[in-house]
Design a protein around this ligand. Structure first.
Ligand code: FAD
Length: 516
């Protein structure tokens, strides 16, 4: 059965963070919005795994720079903090450098300098300069992150030449940090965040030193109930604003008249629309839902040649007891971190001593597990799908490697016999269960040749009436920029529909307001 568009009908494929933020903004502006989501819940990679009284975040656990989402909530007349209580973590995380040393990272600059001084006294002195320089860098680059990059000339209008000294595109994150910190462990503490983009700090453009800056300046937050609670609140608000969210409904094909998208065919029906917003993983959606021959720039062959982020091997453990000695976030970096990165990005093999991140959120949030129990979320960055690794064969073995790391590096005792619930997600599952191309959990890599106007554009250049939101388009992967993509895309779409965009949040943000 098909139905008729009213003139302002928008379909959003996918209820991930980008899709939900766009649904809020577009429904608030008065468009007729329907979100079609394949899975049984909202949030995409920012959703939950719930079983036996345990609740885990599937993906994001670091909620950074809430400012962007706060602006979106404010612009639809709501208050994010009232909808989702959050705690700012202090310390924000603990980093274990192989078996040799550790750093307890706190947003309090003086205490952080004291911590740094324990392993590198000279570097500690340079923390204020690093923060000052990155404050300037973010302020200069922020307009670029908030604008659409629809063509080459957009680069000129931002006068990027003037930004070059601040952004230093020729340098990597690690190179840039050498200007402040001589000790490689300190550099690691301010550069492991490039893993949020699925990249090594040795390849990641130096612009992204702003990631660690954002943590120290604006905090690492834990939304109570996990980051998925944020997605759930967004879905509720979008629905209250009039958007319809249909779960368990997968889009199987985008319908076209020529190159103009006119609707979608799902597993249940045909739905016609005036505009289509794709939030599903970009590469996966293109190769599965849109015929190859009508695309020009992003054909299957070209997508195949792009650089993709790493993937992750995940373990979600519901356990008896609470690990009081373990911080909310702990990052273990391999003894030979550089070799570990090479295994992930170049050699595409599994490391014997993998880096590992563990979230022990029950020390902050009692809502996640039954009384006397807790949740452990374990993430090992690994290669995206590659013929070198046969996960069917490797998953049980790699699980044992991870269990050994938890025992020996994190000091978690008797773990095996305390497990009440366990789920493992491999790169194969990311692709088959969660529709992520090559299991590359952080989308297209953020190399300079795949950013700004060179990333798939928010008003999608290959098709008519098609827009993109989420980690696959500009500005990139990571929740704050994904929410920003929804603002950019919604603005373009509303303009194309002849609607005036008058969002409250267009005033300059009051940064002091969001530091707390
Ligand atoms: C393990 C992991 C850890 C991460 N950690 C962090 C972190 O700590 N902080 C941070 O800021 N970011 C983090 N990220 C990155 C990023 O913020 C999330 O991946 C985010 O959820 C991506 O949002 P998105 O809008 O691109 O859409 P997605 O979350 O990818 O959602 C897309 C939606 O589209 C749906 N869909 C797909 N195909 C179809 C179809 N054919 N029909 C209908 N629906 C479809 C999917 O089911 C999904 O619900 C992490 C990601 C992962 C995977």
């Amino acid at each position: 059965m098909s139905d008729t568009p009213s003139g302002d009908r928008v379909i959003i494929i996918g209820a991930g963070p980008g899709g939900l933020a766009a649904a809020m903004l577009l429904a608030h502006a008065g468009l007729d919005v329907e979100v079609v989501e394949k899975r049984d819940r909202v949030g995409g990679r920012t959703s939950t795994i719930e079983a036996d009284g345990f609740r885990f975040d599937l993906g994001p656990t670091f909620f950074l720079y809430p400012l962007v989402l706060e602006r979106i909530f404010r612009s639809v007349g709501r208050d994010l903090r009232a909808e989702v209580p959050m705690e700012r973590l202090d310390p924000q995380y603990r980093i274990l450098f192989g078996s040799k040393s550790q750093l307890i990272c706190t947003p309090d600059v003086e205490r952080m300098q004291a911590e740094m001084a324990k392993i590198a006294p000279d570097d500690a002195k340079n923390l204020p300069r690093f923060l000052d320089d990155n404050r300037v860098k973010l302020a200069k680059f922020r307009p670029a992150l908030e604008s659409p990059f629809l063509k080459w000339s957009s680069l000129l209008s931002w006068d990027l030449i003037k930004l070059l000294p601040a952004i230093r595109p020729w340098a990597s994150v690690d190179d840039d940090l050498k200007r402040y910190f001589a000790d490689p462990r300190i550099r690691l503490a301010f550069s492991f965040q490039s893993k949020y983009l699925g990249m090594s700090p040795f390849n990641c453009p130096s612009l992204f030193t702003i990631l660690s800056f954002l943590e120290y300046e604006y905090g690492v937050h834990h939304p109570i109930g996990g980051c998925a609670s944020v997605s759930e609140a967004m879905a509720e608000v979008a629905t209250e604003l009039g958007a319809r969210i249909s779960l368990n409904e997968g889009v199987e094909e985008v319908l076209f008249e020529g190159r103009r998208a006119v609707g979608v065919r799902t597993n249940r029906r045909e739905i016609m629309a005036d505009s289509l917003v794709i939030n599903a993983d970009f590469a996966r959606a293109m190769t599965k839902l849109v015929p190859d021959h009508i695309r020009r720039r992003w054909t299957d062959r070209k997508i195949e040649k792009k650089r993709f982020s790493c993937s992750t091997f995940m373990m979600y453990l519901g356990i008896e007891g609470v690990e009081d000695q373990l911080a909310h976030h702990t990052i273990y970096t391999a003894e030979d971190y550089i070799a570990n990165l090479g295994d992930i990005e170049s050699r595409h093999v599994l490391s014997a001593d993998p880096s590992l991140y563990v979230q022990n959120a029950s020390v902050t949030d009692a809502t996640l597990a039954p009384p006397g129990c807790s949740t452990l979320y374990v993430l090992a960055p690994v290669t995206h799908l590659h013929s070198n690794v046969d996960w069917q064969h490797e998953a049980p073995r790699f699980r044992e490697v991870v269990m050994r790391q938890l025992r020996e590096r994190f000091g978690i005792r008797d773990l095996e016999k305390r497990i009440r619930f366990e789920k493992v997600v491999t790169p194969v599952d990311w692709e088959s269960e969660y529709d992520v191309y090559r299991g590359a959990t952080f989308n297209l890599a953020h190399t300079l040749d795949q950013m700004l106007h060179l990333r798939p554009r928010n008003r999608f250049e290959d098709l008519e009436g098609v827009y993109l939101v989420g980690g696959g388009t500009h500005p990139g992967s990571g929740l704050p920029v994904i929410y920003e993509s929804a603002r950019i895309t919604s603005r373009l779409l509303l303009n194309d529909h002849g609607r005036k965009v008058e969002w409250l949040e267009d005033r300059e943000p009051d940064f002091a307001e969001v530091r707390g």
